[in-house]
Design a protein around this ligand. Structure first.
Ligand SMILES: Cc1cc2nc3c(=O)[nH]c(=O)nc-3n(C[C@H](O)[C@H](O)[C@H](O)COP(=O)(O)O)c2cc1C
Length: 194
């Protein structure tokens, strides 16, 4: 099973086109997947007082949507994140997804040696983003936050994976033709048999 964590509020966005292309690829290949459409589902990224109270005692969550998302992650061997770059990183709703869904006792556990991943069922993570700025600007002048923070300090501690694929489309440096090509090459990432 593959979970696609998708975050964009508009149905006619570039990110929606990327989601569509990836979904079509999975359909063609007969791969089972589920889309966790954070905006469409009305996911609330705000961490609740009772979630903070129960965080370190491992009480978990009472939110049915969070539980549904947890079930999807627990049943997946692969994750695909699709979102635009906002303020050089993931939109706040994606950070809220991590905070509220990847709780201690589900996403990771505390050990004497530090944090240990619990989502070790996830064998592959792909992050597909779009930005206004060119790709190299994100990497060289804006902190390279997806790699340095999202992949290395969020994805790695919950999955134990040392690498994740990240593909960004920088709009400022792309012609309409290149945008089309990017969407096609993004779905080609999933061409190999799984
Ligand atoms: C709130 C907000 C913040 C943004 N911040 C950035 C940014 O820091 N760097 C950047 O390159 N583009 C930024 N953008 C531009 C978006 O990344 C770009 O419009 C989007 O990737 C285009 O894809 P879409 O049509 O799916 O929205 C921002 C856009 C919004 C709405």
């Amino acid at each position: 099973m593959i979970s696609i964590i998708y975050a964009h509020p508009l149905k006619d966005s570039l990110n929606a086109s990327i989601l569509k292309a990836v979904g079509e690829k999975f359909n063609n290949k007969g791969l089972e997947y589920s889309v966790l459409d954070l905006y469409q589902d009305g996911f609330d990224p705000v961490f609740k007082p009772e979630e903070q109270t129960g965080y370190f005692t491992g009480e978990g969550t009472h939110d049915p949507l969070v539980k549904k998302y947890q079930e999807s992650l627990a049943a997946s061997s692969q994750l695909v994140f699709i979102f635009p770059i906002w303020w050089n990183e993931q939109p706040a709703i994606v950070k809220g997804f991590i905070e509220r869904v990847c709780l201690p006792g589900f996403g990771f556990k505390y050990t004497e040696q530090g944090v240990a991943p619990l989502l070790t069922n996830i064998k592959e993570v792909t992050v597909l983003t779009t930005s206004g700025a060119p790709d190299h600007a994100l990497k060289n002048y804006c902190g390279n936050i997806i790699e340095n923070q999202f992949i290395n300090n969020i994805i790695r501690p919950i999955t134990g994976l040392n690498t994740a694929k990240w593909m960004n489309l920088g709009l400022a440096s792309s012609s309409p033709e290149q945008i089309k090509e990017h969407i096609a090459s993004v779905s080609d990432l999933f061409e190999i048999e799984r």
